[in-house]
Design a binder for this molecule. Structure first.
Ligand SMILES: NC(=O)C1=CN([C@@H]2O[C@H](COP(=O)(O)OP(=O)(O)OC[C@H]3O[C@@H](n4cnc5c(N)ncnc54)[C@H](O)[C@@H]3O)[C@@H](O)[C@H]2O)C=CC1
Ligand SMILES: O=C(O)[C@H]1O[C@H](OP(=O)(O)OP(=O)(O)OC[C@H]2O[C@@H](n3ccc(=O)[nH]c3=O)[C@H](O)[C@@H]2O)[C@H](O)[C@@H](O)[C@@H]1O
Length: 467
């Protein structure tokens, strides 16, 4: 079977490489010529653990192009994976999707073809794509094509494991089309499917559940799933705030509530809140869809406002100890919106740096992977780059841990803190667990450190230490 993937970003690339690994002939199409040329040369445009190895393994089945005429006529399945970024009013921008669908329509071949919506698109878009194809298809009278909604649930940073060992595969569309989609995914659905060794099989994993629905329900499943996860994190953050007020520890609390299987321990990590290209965008989109129908969604609005508050809280915690930020040197560790990705979209670190600069601080930032991308995408910000976490801390008055990269978790904080001028730590991801033996102030989210009190590090007595 021939598969074409339109849009080779985080989702399209992962999908293309995964399907090629399963043995299909896959053509990745992107209108970004530079990206396509790079892929032809074996260069991935994004950082995603394990993807380069799988690209090498699957490369005999992979082809790259920027021309629709080279990719659409021969395809049995055409996956649409273009971006759907938010507009200022919260609705997703469907311009990329519309342009892709029009281009696809002009090259449909007349044989049975399935157009698979993998982009996260507003409820009702599947029907709209079908109508747009009908309006623009050159061979409409003789073509047999259908639209399927097959939403993607992968997370950046663990994209391969999520794609090869998914919890569920959602297929929304007619029986004719979903049956063909089931055949495409058959290798993953087999109980004994094994991904390559570098993609670990989740403990207890058996096989994905197949969920076959209408187009509209499939679209609704995607948005509701993301909004629920966003809500869960905001709930943990709201409880974290109260933990700080009453002197409880959010780690103990979430561990305790998560053991109830109806709640579960995952996605309860309190901190700076969610970032990335999807939770904010998809929650806003769901609220906007509600608005289109005159339907208010107060729970989702609350989740968004708690998330915004988490970001402000980080700077407030700094101000509590440093008072004036003007002239202070602040290290920001982590720029990507989460670890194991170079994605900077809606990264909390961006807001921290912007606010710190506005308040007159000098910012020194470090990220193990995302710094080159930040150079091109964060032209609006002024900050100094450090070559390591240690270098970022040198001479700093404070440090914000913005992203929980493994190297920040495992570093020797007691040693690292020694190079700072003043030792105020706002650990916005709650990663520091070791007791601090050097004098320092440690602020975390939802965890009270009663012995922390601010004094220049040199003046702090040994018993006034953080954590
Ligand atoms: N990033 C993620 O983790 C996930 C994203 N999604 C959804 O998947 C969709 C894609 O997201 P990303 O991969 O993150 O976006 P992205 O921005 O990384 O990639 C989109 C790609 O589409 C290309 N493109 C745009 N218009 C095109 C056109 N008309 N013809 C050909 N190529 C075109 C762009 O050049 C870009 O390479 C979005 O709807 C998103 O909400 C869903 C699940 C996970
Ligand atoms: O539609 C999408 O794009 C994807 O959005 C999320 O995936 P992703 O944004 O890549 O990353 P997550 O691991 O979900 O993290 C999102 C944000 O929430 C934050 N987070 C996550 C978990 C948690 O407990 N606490 C928390 O603050 C992370 O730091 C990050 O900023 C969903 O988890 C995926 O299922 C979905 O496919």
């Amino acid at each position: 079977m021939n598969v074409t993937i339109v849009g080779t970003g985080y989702v399209g690339l992962g999908t293309a490489i995964m399907l090629a690994y399963l043995g299909y002939q896959v053509t990745g199409l992107d209108y970004d010529e530079e990206k396509i040329q790079g892929l032809r040369d074996g260069i991935l445009p994004i950082y995603e653990p394990g993807l380069a190895e799988l690209l090498t393994a699957a490369s005999p089945n992979l082809h790259w192009t920027s021309r629709y005429e080279d990719a659409i006529p021969q395809a049995d399945f055409i996956f649409v994976c273009v971006g759907t970024p938010p507009l200022p009013d919260g609705h997703p921008n469907l311009a990329y999707l519309e342009s892709a669908v029009r281009s696809i329509a002009q090259h449909l071949d007349g044989k049975p073809q399935i157009i698979v919506n993998k982009s996260t698109v507003p409820i009702g878009t599947g029907d709209w794509v079908m109508r747009t194809l009908e309006e623009h298809a050159a061979l409409y009278a003789t073509s047999h094509y259908e639209v399927v909604s097959n939403p993607e649930f992968l997370r950046e940073g663990t994209a391969l494991g999520d794609s090869l060992y998914p919890d569920r595969i959602v297929l929304g569309g007619s029986g004719w089309a979903t049956e063909r989609m089931r055949a495409l995914y058959a290798p993953l659905i087999e109980q004994n499917f094994e991904a390559p060794a570098h993609v670990p099989r989740p403990r207890g994993y058996e096989r994905p559940a197949l969920v076959e629905t209408t187009l509209t329900s499939a679209e609704m499943i995607k948005y509701s799933a993301n909004a629920f996860l966003a809500l869960k994190i905001s709930y943990a953050n709201e409880i974290a705030g109260l933990c700080e007020c009453v002197g409880a520890d959010i780690h103990e609390v979430t561990a305790g509530i998560g053991l109830d299987h109806r709640i579960g321990t995952r996605f309860l990590a309190a901190g700076a809140g969610w970032g990335g290209s999807c939770f904010g965008k998809d929650t806003s989109a769901l609220i906007s869809t509600g608005q289109d129908y005159g339907y208010n969604m107060p729970i989702l609005r609350a989740a968004m406002s708690v998330n915004a508050r988490q970001r402000s809280l980080v700077i407030e915690k700094l101000q509590k100890h440093l008072r004036l930020l003007k002239g202070k040197r602040v290290a920001v560790l982590g720029m990507a919106f989460k670890p194991d990705t170079d994605d900077l979209r809606d990264a909390p670190a961006h807001d921290f740096i912007a606010r710190l600069c506005q308040l007159g601080a000098t910012v020194v930032a470090y990220d193990p992977v995302a710094m080159p991308r930040a150079r091109t995408e964060w032209g609006d910000l002024h900050y100094l780059e450090a070559t390591s976490a240690h270098a970022a801390l040198e001479g700093a008055d404070a440090v914000i841990v913005a992203t929980e990269w493994a190297e920040f978790r495992s570093m020797n904080w007691n040693e690292a803190l020694c190079v700072m001028r003043n030792r105020v730590i706002v650990d916005a991801r709650n990663i520091i667990r070791e007791p601090l033996t050097v004098p320092a102030i440690l602020e975390q989210i939802g965890r009270d450190h009663p012995h922390s009190s601010f004094l220049p590090a040199s003046a702090l007595p040994a018993d006034k230490v953080g954590a």
